[in-house]
Design a protein around this ligand. Structure first.
Ligand SMILES: [Zn+2]
Length: 294
């Protein structure tokens, strides 16, 4: 097998200095931003470029990719696959409906790949069409297995969490869970919690922690792979944030912007990537969750 790894200059990414400040020794700019194919287990890879990640399964009979992201990412991923195998890409799966993951898949459609998403994604695609979006050829409900070349990729659905059509995936025979946008390791994520239902998100993370048979996670952003503890940390962060905001609201001592000034989480969470940048908007989002019920 040929290896496909090349690094982009870190300076090409305008936010690289902030990323370099992470207290976690495994979080280097190169790991987060590099255009690279990382083997997570035999036949299982994470392809990353400019902060976007896709899952790749390579078998003797063909290849499964997820999340083309955009035409540039998709073309680079196709080249990375070609550096490993001559087998065709047979399936392209959308992990969920957001445009930062589903655009640019024409290159895989043109080579004959079957495009798959959760059934609930279709309504989003029809409501907000995009010229660079390839519509799914087939939809799933969760619980299905994509079998190819003696391997089996299990598709799982946990209901509403980040959007309402998100598929968690696991290649059978590996200990790696693909949780896509649910967790970026050691990061707080975007402050306004885009398209997250906080309560259902917390429930989903608890269900994933209780799911047997996995020890490592990979996602759509950040470093290629992290231990299960990274998902546990994100769940405890959300719980700490929700508790802190609820306490401040219940105290009735703060109003308006002062409410968000009053939020400070324990040091472990303050050390997560993006805390200083996102915590106020995260607190505001949770305040609306409690105050308005959404
Ligand atoms: Zn998303």
């Amino acid at each position: 097998m040929k290896r496909f790894v090349f690094l982009l200059a870190a300076l090409a990414w305008p936010f690289s200095p902030a990323l370099a400040q992470s207290p976690y020794e495994n979080l280097t700019v190169e790991q987060i931003m590099a255009r690279s194919m990382t083997e997570l287990a035999p036949g299982l890879y994470s392809f990353g470029s400019f902060g976007e990640r896709s899952l790749v399964v390579i078998t003797d009979d063909g290849v499964i990719v997820t999340d083309p992201a955009n035409a540039e990412h998709a073309a680079a991923m196709r080249a990375a696959v070609a550096a490993i195998t001559d087998a065709p890409v047979r399936y392209m799966i959308y992990s969920h409906q957001h445009w930062d993951h589903v655009l640019g898949g024409q290159i895989f459609k043109e080579e004959g790949a079957t495009v798959i998403s959760h059934a609930n994604c279709v309504a989003h695609f029809e409501r907000r069409p995009h010229p660079e979006l390839v519509m799914p050829d087939a939809t799933v409900q969760g619980g299905e297995v994509i079998e190819l070349g003696g391997r089996a990729l299990r598709l799982m659905y946990f209901g509403r969490n980040h959007g309402d059509c998100l598929l968690v995936m696991q290649l059978e025979g590996t200990d790696v869970l693909f949780v896509n946008d649910l967790v970026t390791p050691y990061s707080v994520g975007l402050g306004f919690l885009p398209d997250y239902d906080p309560g259902e998100y917390r429930r989903t993370l608890l269900e994933l922690e209780a799911l047997p048979g996995w020890a490592r996670m990979t996602g759509n952003h950040g470093i290629p792979v992290a231990p299960k503890a990274a998902l546990n940390q994100r769940r405890r962060y959300i719980e700490a944030l929700m508790t802190a905001v609820k306490d401040v609201l219940d105290s009735r001592e703060y109003q308006g912007e002062a409410l968000y000034d009053a939020i400070e989480l324990p040091e472990e969470f303050r050390n997560m990537r993006g805390y200083d940048r996102h915590i106020r908007r995260a607190a505001e989002r949770i305040a609306y969750y409690y105050g308005m019920g959404w």
